[in-house]
Write a protein that binds this ligand. Structure first.
Ligand SMILES: [Zn+2]
Length: 52
């Protein structure tokens, strides 16, 4: 389950495995699934991560 973060009235989603944060819940889920399976990050997914 990705972690939902509320900040400045906006919602963000954090991968609990690698702690990258995404605006898009679907991408955060993909990241978490990938991280759990492979125990590493997928650059094609983490490129969508954001700094909050
Ligand atoms: Zn991840």
């Amino acid at each position: 389950m990705v972690k939902e973060i509320k900040k400045s009235g906006k919602r963000y989603f954090e991968c609990r495995e690698c702690n990258f944060v995404y605006k898009n819940e679907e991408i955060a889920k993909e990241c978490e699934d990938y991280c759990k399976k492979h125990h590493s990050c997928n650059m094609e997914i983490t490129k969508y991560s954001i700094q909050i």
